[in-house]
Design a protein around this ligand. Sequence first.
Ligand SMILES: [Cu+2]
Length: 189
Amino acid sequence: MSTRLGLAGAGLLIAGVVLIGAGSAFGGGVGYASVMGTGGFGMMGGATGAGGMMGGATGTGGMMGGFGAAPGPGPGQPGFVAGTQASPRVVRVLAGPGYSFSPAAISVAKGETVTFEVTSMGGLTHEFMVGPADAVAADKAGTPEAADIGMMQTKSVTYTFDGAGPYAFACHAPGHYEAGMRGTITVVG
Ligand SMILES: [Cu+2]
């Protein structure tokens, strides 16, 4: 704003300052951006930016809904449908960020077939090995696994829990298991 704008410029500047306040509620960067344009476009930019921020928050919520929320009733709960070899039950698992799985504890019905769809979050490459707990702990050759799951990649592995357990899952990328990247599978029924 130069002095050429005179009183009108001062008015726009005040409008911009008000917008900074409004923008701050959504994020300082958005509010600051609004003062960079002219008064009118600054206001539009601020409103659009705020909308964008809200959209971003909605997007995050969507990811939580897709990955983090309970996918449906679990074994023993009303409405539960056990997976079969013809139609496995899909269980989504997040690998990372860091050296953890989410969820870290999964329940399955005895005898059911489950397809684990594993998505790697963050910058690390993970694997998802599933089977008898002793074989998983030992990284025993031949134990089913989805390997080399890169950042934001999803890979799947299907397993039939035809024994009493105990079962487990783990990532054996170097150092990951030792850092705690493992989970338990409880057979229900
Ligand atoms: Cu890992």
